[in-house]
Design a protein around this ligand. Structure first.
Ligand SMILES: *Cc1c(COP(=O)(O)O)cnc(C)c1O
Length: 451
């Protein structure tokens, strides 16, 4: 094996890591992963860590799963890749059919890409292009929410709303309509205790509806995350919010674009959050969990009505001029098929529902801690917000990296987590056991108390 110290040196010398201040990274010891097994990762020194981020929110059934491994190897022994521009492959066909079967019934067509950001770019381009093709050329604008996160490519950043990530790129972005973050606005008008209640939703929606009433003629789509603003710090929507947005979009002839990149594939105890919320999007973006956390794959699903607007003779040039080199990659599609089968075979949603109950019964314990200002969850994802002053909710100074300090304390306890600023995130693989989740929560409490 390669010398471990050399690996660490080369990591810092050559590899520019995502979302990472490399100066800080260079000064620290970092985990270099060698292998995984179930809900655990192992570093090059053989240290074992519980995967507390589900490999950044995408691992579903655990690492190194025999069935998922086999799906890739079986396909690899046939062909690794061939273009889907004008040709097709078996796993991509079967997966498209499967996705149409398991997503809300209005969604009948599947457009593949490789990452969540691309799935959202495609959603935006399709929505815009759809109105263009049916002759409603003034419908060019998108409604988005403050604190939204839809990925890091420029289109996805344009519909995003997290200042620290997005503000700098403003001159490069297209203009959108921005409405308040439902959770933050709900706290403002109803306080933390009542923020998520249906009464609060009604008040929020009045403002949304007034805005849409004024501007709907120019609006192509309403872009929203599925039930929770994940990257903003796990900010759930008040009860019934998405349903109301669906009603408004239908009423005012606006496409509802739901980004389920983070919450799709079981995170909420339902296969899709749309199902949990009782809505049918016009366009749905999927990513992360789609391959069980194995290979880069994403999908944008649309209704037949949208698809049909692109249907025509070649010379009409109505078709969707978009595609990537690896669109519909057979290895990724084959492992995605196996990932979906495992939901039944391992009764995954049953486990998730039980773990959500367990999580929700224990989350209030965090509110007892001195440096915790707020706790919230949406399904099996939770945010524990660290604050300097519990009463005023004054945050710790940004540069102090309090969240990272707690993450370091977690590492000592054998759990790898990645906070969102000073929000500690509980985002285990969906295969986490009751004992592991208890240990996760106990360790996080201890790690917060240690700062
Ligand atoms: C992660 C994420 C994305 C971006 O997906 P990538 O695969 O990282 O490009 C988009 N939307 C949401 C809600 C996400 O959580």
């Amino acid at each position: 094996m390669i010398d471990k110290k050399l690996l660490e040196k080369w990591d810092k010398e050559y590899f520019w890591h995502p979302f990472t201040q490399m100066k800080v990274y260079a000064e620290e010891d970092n985990v270099i992963v060698e292998r995984g097994e179930g809900n655990y990762i192992y570093d090059i020194y053989g240290n074992k860590y519980l995967d507390g981020v589900a490999s950044l929110w995408c691992n579903v059934h655990g690492h190194n799963h025999p069935k998922l491994n086999k799906a890739i190897i079986d396909q690899l022994n046939k062909i690794a890749h061939f273009t889907t521009l004008g040709a097709s492959n078996i796993p991509a066909i079967l997966l498209a059919k499967k996705l149409v079967e398991i997503t809300p019934s209005k969604l009948e067509k599947v457009f593949y890409s490789e990452d969540g950001s691309e799935a959202m770019e495609i959603a935006i381009k399709i929505a815009y292009h759809y109105w263009h093709n049916i002759g409603e050329k003034e419908k060019t604008k998108f409604v988005t929410l403050n604190e939204a996160y839809h990925g890091d490519t420029l289109g996805s950043v344009s519909v995003g709303g997290i200042n620290i990530f997005h503000e700098k790129y403003k001159p490069l972005l297209f203009d959108v309509y921005k409405l308040p973050s439902p959770y933050l606005k709900a706290i403002q008008i109803a306080g933390r205790e009542k923020a998520l209640e249906e009464e609060t939703t009604k008040k929020l929606i009045e403002e949304v509806e007034e805005f849409i009433f004024q501007n709907h003629q120019r609006i192509a789509g309403f872009v929203v995350e599925g039930g929770v603003q994940g990257a903003a710090g796990i900010l759930p929507f008040p009860k019934g919010y998405l349903k109301e947005i669906r009603r408004i979009c239908t009423e005012y002839n606006i496409l509802l674009i739901v980004d389920e990149v983070a919450v799709g594939f079981g995170r909420t105890g339902y296969m899709f959050a749309s199902e949990k919320e009782g809505i049918e999007p016009d366009i749905l973006a999927l990513g992360k969990g789609i391959t069980g956390g194995y290979l880069p794959l994403a999908a944008t699903l649309t209704t037949k009505e949208i698809f049909d607007a692109f249907w025509g003779e070649f010379g009409e040039a109505k078709h969707f001029y978009h595609g990537h080199t690896y669109t519909g990659n057979p290895l990724a599609c084959n492992v995605a098929l196996a990932n979906i089968e495992l939901f039944d075979e391992e009764k995954r949603l049953k486990n998730v529902k039980e773990r959500i109950k367990q999580l929700e019964s224990r989350l209030p314990e965090f509110l007892q801690l001195k440096y915790v200002g707020d706790v919230r969850n949406y399904g099996l994802m939770a945010g524990v917000e660290l604050v300097k002053d519990k009463k005023t909710k004054e945050p710790f100074p940004y540069g102090e990296r309090t969240g990272f300090k707690v993450a370091k304390n977690m590492l000592k306890r054998g759990i790898w987590v990645r906070p969102l600023g000073d929000v500690m995130v509980i985002m285990p693989p969906l295969s986490i056991t009751a004992e592991e989740l208890d240990y996760f929560i106990d360790s996080l409490k201890d790690s917060i108390n240690e700062i």
